[in-house]
Ligand binder design. Structure first.
Ligand SMILES: O=C(O)CCC(=O)C(=O)O
Length: 289
């Protein structure tokens, strides 16, 4: 029996973040990148280890970007009924069944676990030049363990508060996980591009708190060191799993759609939830936020 919209999709409530968070995203600089994966030198790899990130411009072709967008739209439009990984904004729950397919992407917050449902999105995650660059960075075979697409619809796209991605994964806290954040639209500060704190990965894991999201405490964000990472479509930000990063809400009429693939060194295994919480979890700790 075909599932209903309500069964097939999940909904994410808005947990706030208005003008009072603007100071968290006042970038003092911009991250510049290398042109194409073929332009990545050993110096760039060394820079990744020092700064915790590397921007590669024009990493993917316009055709690959178009294919990825078409793949996302197919999944959002319900072309593959077996796919259940679309997360809509909770505010549209009642209107969803009546929304035309082309309007649906502007009420989606994220999609996850889709690579097995679309060949175009899978091909990007296994792109040989991306994997070769990740292997140089990690010194081990990169293994994809998470895939998602993060959409900021015009004007209503929400903040993703500052965090370390390793706080979300049950791997040893210092694992050199690398996130590949691929811009499918031009991403600039106004529509919510990535903001990063260069070198913050070297400061180790920090406690996360359940506030607007699972996040670093706002008072723990080194606002004087914030750098924006604008990207053109097809550009990618590679970043360490301990790098502090976040994205501001969209104040733009332009969409900001991005893919985010996470890779770990193949040899790394999981730790228990307790071990993970002892490092990243605020519960039971003598700390306030
Ligand atoms: O794309 C975004 O807005 C945030 C991405 C991110 O940092 C994450 O999902 O961990």
């Amino acid at each position: 029996m075909a599932s209903t919209q309500a069964e097939r999709y999940s909904f994410d409530p808005d947990t706030g973040g208005g003008d009072e968070i603007a100071h968290l995203y006042q970038a003092g600089g911009v991250a510049y990148g290398v042109d194409g994966f073929d332009g990545v030198t050993d110096e760039h790899v060394a820079l990744f280890h020092e700064q915790g990130f590397l921007v590669v411009n024009d990493a993917f072709s316009p055709a690959e970007v178009e294919g990825a967008l078409a793949g996302l739209l197919d999944l959002i439009g319900g072309k593959n009924p077996a796919f259940k990984g679309v997360q809509f904004e909770a505010a549209v729950r009642d209107r969803l069944p009546t929304l035309p397919a082309e309007q649906r992407q502007d009420v989606v917050r994220k999609l996850a676990w889709f690579v097995e449902y679309d060949a175009r999105l899978k091909a990007l995650s296994a792109h040989p030049r991306l994997l070769a660059t990740l292997e140089r960075i990690m010194g081990d075979r990169p293994e994809l363990f998470q895939d998602m697409a993060l959409l900021k619809p015009p004007l209503v796209g929400r903040e993703k508060p500052w965090h370390q991605d390793n706080a979300y994964f049950n791997f040893p806290p210092e694992t050199p996980v690398v996130g590949a954040w691929i811009a499918l639209d031009e991403a600039v500060p106004e529509n919510g591009c990535m903001h990063i704190i260069p070198g913050s990965q070297r400061e180790g894991p920090v406690v996360h708190f359940k506030r607007r999201d699972w996040q670093i405490c706002d008072t723990g964000v080194a606002t004087s060191r914030v750098v924006a990472a604008p990207l053109r479509p097809g550009g990618v930000l590679l970043f360490h799993g301990l790098l502090h990063h976040g994205t501001p809400p969209s104040r733009s009429t332009r969409r900001r759609r991005a893919l985010q693939y996470h890779y770990k060194p193949a040899a790394v295994g999981k730790i228990s939830g307790e071990e993970h919480k002892a490092v990243f979890g605020a519960d039971g700790k003598d700390v306030e936020c």
